[in-house]
Design a protein around this ligand. Structure first.
Ligand code: GUN
Length: 317
């Protein structure tokens, strides 16, 4: 009932071009950066990623004038089909921007020693500025030991403890690409973070935790939700910025979203019928949110663009 009332109030207010404050029972919800119509604005990650790649291309040209060509080495182990697609897309993006790329492929039976030896060689190679170990690695391999073998200055994924620690301390150099891409999308939308409530669903070391730190750096009040969180909907409905990064198709429904909120969907899930779906029920949530990212075409392309940006940054240092 409340949401119908809110929806009507928003429609009236937006028709008059004002930003309403909604009285929702015993709390007052501030609607943030609410666009003039109730259909959410689409945050086009494909277009923004193209702009980032264009800027990377310019940096590559400037580096070429100094005799430097950024080089990316990717390690792909095992036969995960999604990983193979991601790596192919990364190599293609490198080619488009002038970054040299090499892919080192291993079967699922690869030994940890072989991966560590390869990483040691890449660490010592002056033509390689960025090293990326595509995850997941085959189950027998200690992924953390492999990630720690990458020289921190070449760790363009930002997964090494040294880079994660620098992020915690607010001194980051190489930041994990997906969280960095999410921040760039929020910035592009012009959504203010200072003093606002950002809710991140998902606590992975690759996305949820680093993203929470980046949001905190921008003075948001941050809540991390996860599989043991109680009253998830109560928390998500308080979010001015809501990020879903759990890998559960359509987990976020319209009832979980505060009207006018900026909703970012990190999930890419393959449904039984072969189609892709995010962690957000896009068709329903787009009628409530102020901003929303599509899947595909939202966060995914940004991850690759930010990877290239990290690679040219590593080559510039
Ligand atoms: N697998 C899924 N996402 C990622 C990522 O961002 N980096 C790496 N290295 N592997 C992944």
């Amino acid at each position: 009932m409340g949401s119908l009332f809110e929806s009507l109030l928003l429609r009236l207010a937006s028709a008059e071009g004002v930003r309403p404050k909604l009285n929702t029972g015993n709390r007052v919800a501030q609607v943030v950066d609410c666009p003039p119509s109730m259909a959410a604005r689409i945050l086009d990650g494909k277009a923004l990623a193209a702009a980032v790649r264009a800027s990377v291309k310019e940096t590559v040209a400037r580096l070429a004038a100094r005799g430097v060509r950024p080089g990316l080495a990717v390690i792909l182990a095992g036969d995960n089909p999604a990983s193979a697609v991601y790596v192919r897309n990364k190599a293609r993006a490198c080619e488009e921007t002038g970054v040299r790329s090499e892919v080192h492929r291993y079967g699922a039976d690869v030994t940890e020693r072989a991966l560590l030896d390869r990483i040691a060689a890449l660490n010592a190679d002056p033509g390689v500025h960025g090293i990326l170990v595509q995850l997941p690695l085959p189950g027998r391999i200690n992924a953390r030991r492999v990630l720690e073998a990458v020289a921190p200055a070449k760790d363009i994924d930002g997964f090494h403890f040294e880079n994660l620690g620098a992020l915690v301390a607010g001194q980051s150099k190489l930041v994990p690409c997906t969280p960095a891409g999410v921040m760039r999308l929020i910035e592009h939308a012009g959504v203010t973070l200072a003093g606002r409530h950002a809710v991140v669903i998902g606590r992975s070391s690759i996305v949820g935790k680093p993203l929470a730190l980046l949001l905190l750096q921008k003075d948001a009040t941050v809540t991390i939700c996860h599989s043991k969180t109680m009253e998830l909907q109560k928390l998500t409905r308080e979010a001015d910025v809501l990020v879903a990064a759990v890998g559960r198709p359509k987990l976020v429904t319209a009832a979980m979203v505060k009207p006018g909120a900026c909703v970012i969907d990190v999930g890419i899930n393959r449904l039984p019928d072969g189609t892709l779906a995010g962690d957000v029920d896009f068709d329903a949530v787009k009628n409530v949110a102020g901003w929303i990212t599509p899947v595909p075409g939202g966060v995914g392309p940004m991850t690759i663009a930010l990877l290239l940006e990290n690679c040219v940054r590593a080559a510039s240092i």
